[in-house]
Design a protein around this ligand. Structure first.
Ligand SMILES: Nc1ncnc2c1ncn2[C@@H]1O[C@H](COP(=O)(O)OP(=O)(O)OP(=O)(O)O)[C@@H](O)[C@H]1O
Length: 508
């Protein structure tokens, strides 16, 4: 828990009250409130579509509330743009990286506000790099201020975003799922930065779906559900199950509903697969009905191995064998023909077609199956396929015609996952299937994955969440620096053991 010092923790810096926001056909927020105190880390939590982003967008002036008031530092305010909010000390760090890839770290941080001389005609480059180094040092971020952003990892980019927000001397920083692309070590660094900012009196709004992390880093938590405010608690006065109850509005006693399934024959065998500098001599097999978990640190090569098996990226050597026969997969189309399906990690960028409806986005990879025997499109088949996914994954949308772009981030993800679930492959590869997805829907997706395995599908699941890997997999492989370094059965897996192998230390 963070200690507050040097100011009164009771000082309220921001109060949003009675906030209501209507979109055509949706009451996104209904009489909602949020109270932020000086120097606190305040978690904002709720299911996908609960209204968290809409509330933040109202604070930043991206949307105008239909009703309600915002009082900031004792004054009623109504900003008209994020830039205006920023100039008053409210900064937001988005999940999507908003840096310019071809510029370096320092240029990105000070873009548009560099120190100038010669009547503003020349930028003071020396001052820019000096200020960057001081800023990075203060935050203990080890990055070269001259490094070009496109050569950095997503995690490093996120750290630059954080550095940029702090460089504005913001009083309030909103962090939208800040740890979703970070490794365990970077998460610890981020927590330290947050504690440090908080100790200096900066208030942080922390949006996250990872319940455990709230207890590690937040002082209070406000819960929202279906556009309603449910309540606010001190994190040390509420238990994890109580919080989950508030979020989902019902008892959740089985977070990992894994069914015991008899494991069948080998479906997919990968032999000595290598790609120079990316992964090396990877061999494994997966059986019918089995859930094979792939864990490891971010950047360990798990995604790259799967992308190569699925034909998105090439490999240099090795064999892929499906049902006993060697197959050549050069592009994803070949993989689909062999009976593979893959839900990629960056499914929103790779998968969502924003101009199309929720229904079209769900059924697009399933098109032939929704036609009748003569090959004519059947709307009723499409409706049925869509409804089954909408209901199983609780996709929140106002109608099947709604544009996917209007759905909350988590609901968009559910649609893309649902799309692949409909194609009924022999082997389904899921890369971080529940990242960004709320706790209730997570458990629905787990139930669905487990149900698919029970029907004989082989599942390969990459996840960075250890409880998810251990809770769902029959067998677990640990990848480190592009190699499989450990294999264990579910009953022998412990979080500490897996993490030890992932970090490369010797486990006992
Ligand atoms: N521009 C829009 N047009 C129509 N409906 C919208 C728009 N933006 C949001 N909504 C709706 O408002 C509701 C709240 O969405 P919001 O994005 O605030 O949820 P969220 O809590 O941030 O969810 P997530 O965790 O999935 O990001 C959803 O039902 C969403 O479909």
């Amino acid at each position: 828990m963070i200690e507050q010092r040097g100011y009164h923790m009771e000082d309220v810096i921001l109060k949003m009250e009675g906030i209501t926001k209507l979109f055509p056909g949706v009451r996104a927020l209904d009489n909602v409130q949020l109270e932020l105190r000086k120097g606190e880390v305040h978690a904002v939590i709720g299911e996908n579509g609960a209204g968290k982003s809409t509330l933040m967008k109202i604070l930043l002036g991206i949307y105008i509330a239909d009703e309600g008031t915002i009082v900031y530092k004792g004054e009623p305010v109504r900003y008209t743009s994020p830039l205006e909010a920023l100039s008053h000390g409210i900064a937001m760090i988005h999940q999507e990286i908003s840096l310019i890839p071809t510029m370096d770290v320092a240029e990105n941080i000070w873009l548009g506000r560099e120190k100038r001389f010669l009547k503003g005609r020349l930028i003071d480059r020396k001052a820019r790099y000096q200020a960057t180094e001081e800023l990075l040092e203060k935050l203990d971020i080890h990055l070269d201020s001259h490094a070009i952003v496109k050569n950095l990892s997503i995690a490093q980019m996120q750290l630059i975003e954080i550095a940029r927000a702090t460089s504005y001397d913001a009083d309030v920083i909103i962090m939208d799922e800040p740890t979703s692309a970070l490794t365990d070590v970077e998460i610890q660094l981020l927590y330290r930065i947050i504690r440090d900012l908080s100790a200096r009196g900066v208030s942080i709004i922390f949006i996250s779906h990872k319940i455990e992390e709230l207890f590690e880093v937040c002082n209070r938590v406000s819960v929202y559900r279906d556009g309603h405010y449910i309540g606010t608690h001190n994190c040390d006065e509420i238990t994890q199950p109580e919080l989950i109850n508030m979020i989902v509005g019902r008892e959740m006693n089985n977070l990992f509903p894994k069914q015991e399934v008899a494991i069948g024959d080998t479906v997919l065998r990968v032999e000595h697969l290598s790609s120079a500098g990316v992964f090396d001599d990877v061999s494994f097999e997966v059986h019918r009905g089995e859930i094979l978990g792939f864990c490891g640190l971010m950047g360990a090569g798990r995604t790259e191995i799967m992308r190569s098996i699925f034909g998105i990226d090439p490999h240099d050597s090795g064999k892929i064998v499906m049902d006993g026969k060697e197959v050549r997969i050069k592009k994803p189309k070949d993989a689909v023909r062999c009976g593979l399906g893959m839900v990629t990690e960056d499914r929103l960028r790779m998968g969502a077609i924003y101009a199309l409806s929720v229904m079209a986005n769900t059924t697009i990879a399933h098109f032939y199956a929704i036609c009748n025997k003569l090959g004519f499109y059947r709307r009723s088949n499409e409706m049925q396929a869509f409804s089954s996914i909408r209901d199983t994954l609780s996709v929140k949308c106002s109608s099947h015609k709604q544009k996917i772009s209007q759905l909350s981030g988590g609901n968009q993800q559910k649609v893309i996952i649902g799309r692949w679930l409909l194609t009924n492959p022999k082997v389904l590869i899921l890369d971080e299937p529940t990242r960004g997805i709320d706790v209730g829907s997570k458990s629905e997706i787990h139930r669905l994955i487990s149900g698919l395995a029970a029907q004989g599908m082989a599942i390969i699941m990459i996840s960075s969440e250890m409880p998810e890997i251990i809770g769902m997999s029959d067998r677990i492989l640990v990848v480190r620096h592009g190699k499989i370094v450990h294999e264990c059965m579910r009953e022998d897996a412990t979080q500490e053991g897996l993490i030890t192998y992932a970090f490369g230390a010797q486990a006992n």
